[in-house]
Each structure stands twice: as C-alpha cells, then as structure tokens.
Design a protein around this ligand. Structure first.
Ligand code: ZDP
Length: 286
C-alpha cells in the first residue's frame, strides 16, 4: 500500500487511494494496526480516498480502534489538499462523498502554494434523536453523570456526534479519565466525541477533545465546528470564532444565511511511504 502521512492541526492521518468506495471498505481491518504508533505507521485515523461516479472524490475514514465514523473535519482538509496536489482532481473546489453525505472543501492557494483549506461542513444536526442522544428535551441541557462529576452538556452532530461541556479552566480537566466515561455514556447510543471548552471571549475559545474511537487527539475539526455551534446556542459566542486546540487553531463560522458551518484550517503532508499489508497480530506474544 502506498500512503502519505498528513496532519491537520496535529490530528494525523494515513492517507491512501483505491479505485472505489467498496474497495476502501477492505482497508477497515488494517486500521487499528496501521494507526498503532509502535507496531504500525501511527495515526489518529486511516483515510481511504479515490474517484467517485457522482462526486470529484470519495473519502472513508477509519478510527484507530477500527470503527468507521460518518465524518472527519481535519481529515477532509487533508484529503482535499492530497487530491489537489497528487492529481486526483484538477480544481481547488471539490465535492467529496463521505458517509455523512457530500461535503465541499476549497484548497486556498496563495503565491502558488496551498496554504490552508476551507470546508463547507453543511448544517449542524440539532434534533436529539438524530445526533443521537437518548431521552427527551433540550440538547443544550443534556444531564450527564459520571462517578467523578455531573455535567449539563450540549449535544450537536456535524454528521458525527459531539458532546460539548463548558468549563472555567480547561487545563484542570482530566480529559483522558472523563473522556472514555462520557464516550460510552448510555445517553449516547452511537457513542460520542467529547469536547471540553473554555470561553476566552465571544470570538475565541480553547477546546480539548476526547475522540470517539481514537482517544485524546491534538485537534478535532468536526468537534471545533460543533463547539462553535454549541457556544452560539448557549449565548457564549458570536457566529464566527477561533478555536484554539493543542495542535493549532481553526477558524469556524456558522453562517446565518445558509445555516452551514464553514471551517478553515491547515493541512500538511509530512512523509510518504509503502507498507506491505499482511495479517499483523499486534498485541500477542509468540
Ligand atoms: O466521530 C468520530 O468517531 C471521530 N473520531 C472521527 C474523527 C473526527 C476528526 N478528528 C475530525 O477532525 O473531525 C477527524
């Protein structure tokens, strides 16, 4: 398998291309091993792209635990830049088929160089049963109890589920301890990504993420989009803001006219290589 290694704000992916959406599915069994930082290449996810009959390209992503999420914000920026620079597409504006539905990235060129990617991430999903969140009531008041704490969280889907918790001091949150308890909380039948967010001012916030199927990562693009939407719904932010993440910043705008969320951020290729796909048993000793 030929691959390139890319990251978007430190959220890193192994990217490879195949002939079809169906063929991409055969890579799911390799995701856990390839994403392993000791036994494999290392990455937060494995992304498989290629040509699509109805769109410019498709993308499928597999988390480092092997599960397949519907959408991936940092990943789609990487895929867009990859497709543009590796000749899969001829234009800077792309229509990309994803499991959550089509998304529309634009590679921004300055002085002949791809500098960042802006993505139309579509409309946020705010209906409780579609996110999905169990029970009834306001999605800005989802009561979550874990042994260590209790939260009134906001749930938002950007195609994939997110649970946003506003805190006074994000550095004081034990993300790796609380994250998995919330990811698997019974309120989230499809599990959830978890974001802890500190508001700096109405156009700036700091976010820490525990990703469904991947754990602590340096950034989450769909999470940043869901966070801005949650902050607006809670009257804590304007509709355009910078989200500070461990791996960099993302600019998020929730457009009033079309209700779409727009995400702008970096996408960087780091190295490329080849790996032989064989049956690896990562964790067993001979
Ligand atoms: O929803 C999920 O299971 C996520 N782990 C998918 C990956 C999201 C990502 N970090 C992003 O930037 O949106 C890639």
């Amino acid at each position: 398998m030929d691959f390139v290694k890319m990251h978007g704000a430190g959220n890193d992916f192994i990217i490879t291309r195949v002939a079809s959406w169906e063929e991409a599915g055969t890579f799911q069994v390799y995701a856990e091993w390839l994403c392993d930082r000791n036994f494999g290449i290392g990455g937060d996810g494995l992304i498989v792209t290629g040509p699509d009959p109805d769109f410019d390209i498709f993308m499928r992503i597999f988390n480092s635990d092997g599960s397949e999420p519907e959408m991936c914000g940092n990943g789609i920026r990487c895929v867009a830049r990859y497709a543009y620079e590796h000749g899969l597409v001829g234009s800077t504006r792309l229509a990309v088929r994803a499991l959550a539905g089509p998304r529309y990235p634009e590679v921004i060129i300055e002085n002949g160089q791809a500098v960042r990617v802006k993505v139309d991430m579509g409309e946020p999903i705010l209906q409780r049963e579609l996110i999905p969140v169990a029970g009834q009531g306001d999605i800005t008041r989802v009561q979550l109890d874990i042994p260590q704490a209790a939260f009134a969280a906001t749930a938002v889907s950007m195609g994939n589920p997110h649970c946003i918790i506003f805190v006074d001091d994000v550095d004081a949150v034990p993300v790796a301890e609380w994250g998995p308890l919330l990811e698997h909380h019974t309120m989230f039948p499809a599990r959830t990504n978890v974001e802890f967010v500190e508001i700096v001012n109405p156009s700036e916030m700091i976010m820490r993420v525990w990703e469904r199927g991947a754990g602590v990562t340096l950034a989450c693009g769909t999470g940043a989009c869901a966070t801005l939407v949650a902050a607006v719904l809670n009257g804590k932010s304007q509709r355009r803001g910078i989200i500070h993440l461990l791996g960099g910043d993302l600019l998020i705008e929730w457009n009033e006219t079309d209700n779409h969320v727009y995400m702008t951020g970096p996408a960087q290729e780091v190295f490329s290589g080849q790996v032989e796909l064989v049956q690896h048993s990562v964790y067993s000793c001979p």
